[in-house]
Structure formats: C-alpha cells, structure tokens
Design a protein around this ligand. Structure first.
Ligand code: NAP
Length: 272
C-alpha cells in the first residue's frame, strides 16, 4: 500500500529513542522528511548522520520541551529547514511518578514534562498545519484509563491528551486537519528493558506483565505502535479524526478473566 507520505514533513518529539525512534524510522521508510526534537544530542546527531548518508532527512533539533520557547524554536527550525509541516507527532513524555503526596509544584512540573508541550507544539505549528491541511498524532498511555497509583501528574497529562485530541479534532476539522491519539499500554523499549533489569528477577517480572496482555501474552513492539502512527499520518486514513486508538493487545479493555491463571474463564458467562 502506498501511504502517500513521500516528501511529507513530520515534526516528531522524542524521536531518538524508544517508541519515538520507531516512529521516525517508519516515517522515513515511507519517504517522509523528519525533524526530531530531544534534549540529549548524541543519539539525535547519530540518527541524523545515519540517514544523511542514505540521502534521507532526519534533522535533529536540540531542546528541552518543558521550556515553551524550545517548543517554539523546534517549530521555527523545522519550517526554516523544510518550509512546511504536514505531520506533528507529540511523543516525548515520561511516567515520572509524581503522586498525591508530592504536592502542587511537583504536579505542575509533571504536566510540563508530559502535557504542556503537546499543546505548545501544536499551537506553534498551527499556521503551517492549516496551510498543509496536515495532521496531529499524540502518543497517550493506558494509565489515564486504568489508573496506576502514585503517578497523578502523568495520569492527568495523558487524560488531558485524550481530551485535547477530541477538542482539537473539532477545532481543526474545518481546516481539514485530523487529530488522533495512539495509546500504548506495555510496549517493549530499551528503557523498559533497563527498568526491569533493575528488579530482583527481571525474567519473572517480564513474564508476569506478559501474562496480563491478552493478545499473544507479549509486549507490543515499537514497530506495531509506529505502523499505526504512520497510517494515521497518511492520507490513507483521510476520514479518521478525534480517535483514541489502543495499540495494546487488548490490555486495557478485555475482560480480566481472559488473562487469569485460574480456571474461571467461563464463570459468569450465563449472566454476562
Ligand atoms: P523513552 O524511551 O524514554 O523515549 C522518550 C524520548 O523522548 C527520548 O528520546 C527523550 O530524549 C525524549 N524526551 C523526553 N522528555 C523530553 C523533553 N522534556 N524534551 C525533549 N525530549 C524529551 O520513552 P518511550 O517509552 O518510548 O515513551 C514514548 C511515549 O510513549 C511517551 O509519551 C510515553 O508516555 C508513552 N508510553 C510508553 C509506554 C511504554 O510501554 N514504553 C507505555 C505507555 C505510554 P532525551 O532524553 O534525549 O531528551
């Protein structure tokens, strides 16, 4: 299937690692030109050089997105380099464990790490998106649907992203701009691997999480997430907007009984 992304320009936040890196690679594989915003330089510059050698654009922009001026600068640099923006992928974020006991100042900092820059990047890209009749894809999290405990800032941010997805889809429909969110639950990334490696029995911890994922008892891959993002970025999804799409192997919505280790799968079937 030709996704029609050849030479389109995508601004991706947090595209040097994890899910964002998968999104960048998939966009470039479809012929898109990418601007990639991150704090740390090493991976972003290496990625830029790797693609430059192959004749592709993966333009690195250094910036900490918690600073609103860095968001504005990222949009301006993308426009200076490419002259247009067709796709915005808001991806950078961190489950920073700012809970109820941490207080309002820490909560606000968490919103800056996870929510405010999603708004700022789209705000500063608005004129360019209107010109290109572009699209926005936000990366959310199951945490705002299920709760996790101890992570109020992240949960509120991700809930806010779902709300903004519907709000912006309405705002921007008249301009032909589509807005959608791709929502992961458990996606296997180097960071996830590092976190589990710090546990007393990493293999057992991984198996315990996998058991809870109905489809295939395995983590979602970065590529599976990226494929959905790239499809939503493409004109092949031209009538899809305001949607929150769970790429999670059924983790968030399926009946808990289907991943139960005990034999209760048929319990309650008559009543349900
Ligand atoms: P990751 O591996 O830590 O990658 C995050 C990327 O974002 C990095 O390249 C990081 O680069 C960049 N970044 C983070 N904060 C930034 C900031 N303030 N300014 C600039 N760049 C920043 O994370 P991931 O697991 O791929 O997560 C990506 C998205 O998926 C996040 O929104 C996360 O909430 C969501 N998600 C992931 C999972 C999962 O299972 N992995 C589950 C649910 C939701 P630098 O550190 O170099 O800045």
């Amino acid at each position: 299937m030709d996704l029609g992304l050849q030479d389109k320009v995508a601004l991706v936040t947090g595209g040097s690692k994890g899910i964002g890196l998968g999104i960048v690679r998939s966009l470039i594989a479809e012929g898109a030109r990418v601007a990639n915003v991150n704090r740390s330089e090493a991976e972003g510059r290496a990625l830029e050089a790797e693609y430059s050698q192959q004749g592709h654009d993966c333009y690195f922009i250094q910036g900490d997105l918690t600073d609103t001026s860095a968001c504005q600068n990222a949009v301006e640099q993308t426009l200076q380099r490419f002259g247009r923006i067709d796709v915005v992928v808001n991806n950078a974020g961190v489950n920073d464990g700012v809970g109820l006991e941490d207080g309002p100042a820490a909560f606000l900092e968490s919103l800056k790490r996870n929510l405010i820059h999603y708004y700022a990047i789209v705000h500063f890209s608005l004129d360019a998106l209107k010109k290109s009749k572009g699209c926005v894809i936000n990366i959310g999290s199951k945490v705002c649907e299920t709760g996790q405990g101890g992570t109020s800032g992240y949960a509120a941010s991700k809930g806010g992203i779902n709300g903004l997805t519907r709000e912006w889809a309405v705002d921007l429909a008249a301009h032909g701009i589509r807005v959608n969110t791709v929502l992961p639950a458990e996606t296997w990334t180097p960071l996830y691997e590092k976190c589990l490696a710090a546990m007393p029995d990493p293999a057992a911890a991984k198996a315990e999480i996998e058991r809870l994922i109905p489809l295939g008892q395995r983590f979602t891959t970065i590529e599976e997430l990226a494929d959905m993002v790239v499809f939503l970025a493409s004109p092949r999804s031209s009538h899809t907007t305001g949607q929150i799409i769970f790429v999670d192997g059924g983790y968030t919505h399926f009946d808990r009984k289907c991943t139960s280790p005990s034999d209760i799968t048929s319990f309650g079937a008559a009543a349900d």
